[in-house]
Design a protein around this ligand. Structure first.
Ligand SMILES: CC(C)(COP(=O)(O)OP(=O)(O)OC[C@H]1O[C@@H](n2cnc3c(N)ncnc32)[C@H](O)[C@@H]1OP(=O)(O)O)[C@@H](O)C(=O)NCCC(=O)NCCS
Length: 399
């Protein structure tokens, strides 16, 4: 019997608009958000008979209540996906959806699956960060981690300490850029095609329809950012303006082996080149994307100079700057987050990894000259994740 690794392609990616926590989607169940995006991704890809999906993985950082009950099985049943299609849930905190994609892709590479569906969701309204958490007392008693390690904003303040050249002014300027780029992307209509409008229900205000990211602040100015409080430390540098906000949302991505995509006539947007996860000190978790990117580049046989486009999750501006500084990339490099990022649209924890991939899919489409792109994010308790992708549009235009 012969076995060989197979190429994985991303066929499509969709997401809900992200709602501000406590607002438009606060009364919507997280599993209903997943149902909405799963139905939409199947509607957008009618060539795929749903029974051909071999496995489904759905990520959530808090897996209780409407985010519990093995979402990867329960949401597909609610979405009307055939019962013969199995599913499971997955958790790597902020990198849940990214890990759903890499884990399912490994199954495709190994020949266990032909087609797989990945998802991520977080209702930070219904499951506030840290709620119900019961950290083992040994963490602190034995000083296994610093107390800051469990408060993401405090880890961002620590990064400012560790790299004093990453000033608040640079973080604010980066944050302003995120808002400006997002506003530009909306004006150009780059983001809307992959947003699935979601009915928003409120006991107080009745029904509405969320069609765009709710937390964007296109009116942001440097002066406004400079005046904000620093909630994680008195006289600190991390503010509501240079952090990702608390948001609700869900994402989904359809993956297939390249052969099966051809056989079924599915779109082939980008090809997975390599992926890696890495651990760092939990109290400076934001630096995680540096070693994960180094590992992913090494396993791909590429260097940072080969990467034409970057989709970096903006948990905090300082954490993106730490990555850019390390690799010698300017703060305002146009290859970085051309459609803006989480500082503007929000970061519903376990869902964000697929938002990055959906953005890269569109970045590639607009830039056929780009061959390689990477999606990367920092992860709580000190980790980073990176996935490198190849633009199939580039390969075809070069052929
Ligand atoms: C930083 C954080 C605590 C702020 O929460 P918040 O106080 O509820 O945020 P708000 O949206 O109410 O903003 C606070 C203030 O800043 C203002 N503000 C926020 N962004 C602004 C901007 N771009 N320009 C001007 N003002 C802004 C708001 O208007 C508000 O002002 P007010 O107090 O006068 O009403 C919260 O967003 C957070 O915890 N973020 C990090 C999430 C996280 O850790 N994720 C995981 C990453 S690994």
């Amino acid at each position: 019997m012969s076995r060989m690794l197979r190429d994985v392609v991303l066929v499509d990616a969709v997401r809900t608009p992200f709602g501000r926590a406590g607002s438009a989607l606060a009364e919507t169940r997280a599993d209903d958000l997943v149902v909405r995006i799963f139905r939409e991704i199947l509607r957008r890809n009618p060539q795929l008979p749903p029974e051909r999906i071999d496995d489904i993985a759905v990520a959530a950082a808090t897996q209780t209540g409407d985010q519990g009950m093995t979402l990867g099985r329960s949401a597909p049943l609610l979405a009307g996906i055939p019962r013969s299609v199995p599913g499971y849930s997955i958790d790597r905190m902020c990198a849940g959806a990214m890990t759903a994609v890499t884990t399912l892709s490994s199954g495709i590479m190994a020949g266990a699956y032909d087609v797989a569906l990945a998802g991520g969701v977080e209702s930070m309204s219904r499951h506030p960060m840290g709620q119900g958490m019961d950290p083992n007392p040994r963490f602190l008693a034995e000083r296994l981690v610093d107390t800051d390690a469990l408060i993401m904003g405090a880890t961002a303040e620590n990064l400012h300490d560790r790299f004093p050249q990453l000033t608040k002014q640079r973080a604010d300027a980066y944050a302003l850029g995120s808002q400006t780029k997002t506003a530009h992307a909306y004006a150009e209509g780059w983001i809307q095609p992959d947003l699935v409008p979601v009915a928003a229900r409120s006991a107080e205000h009745g029904w509405g329809l969320l069609t765009a990211d709710e937390a964007m602040r296109p009116e942001t100015t440097l002066e406004g950012l400079a005046s904000l409080k620093t909630p994680f430390r008195p006289h600190g540098r991390v503010t509501a303006g240079n952090s990702s906000g608390l948001t609700d949302g869900a994402t989904a991505a359809l993956l297939a082996s390249e052969e099966m995509a051809d056989e079924l006539g599915l779109a082939k947007r980008m090809r997975m080149v390599s992926f890696a996860f890495a651990g760092v000190e939990p109290e400076v978790m934001g630096v995680g994307p540096v070693p994960s990117t180094q590992k992913a580049l090494e396993s791909a046989g590429l260097t940072i100079g080969d990467i034409d486009l970057f989709e970096i999750n903006e948990a905090f501006a300082v954490q993106v700057l730490a990555f850019l500084d390390h690799f010698g990339i300017p703060d305002d490099d146009p290859r970085v987050n051309p459609m803006g990022g989480a500082i503007a649209v929000g970061h519903p924890l376990a869902s964000s990894g697929i938002r990055l991939m959906g953005n890269l899919m569109r970045d590639f489409e607009r830039t056929p000259s780009a061959r390689y792109g990477l999606t990367t994010m920092c992860i709580g308790l000190g980790m980073g994740g990176t996935v490198i992708w190849e633009n199939i549009g580039h390969t075809e235009s070069a052929a």
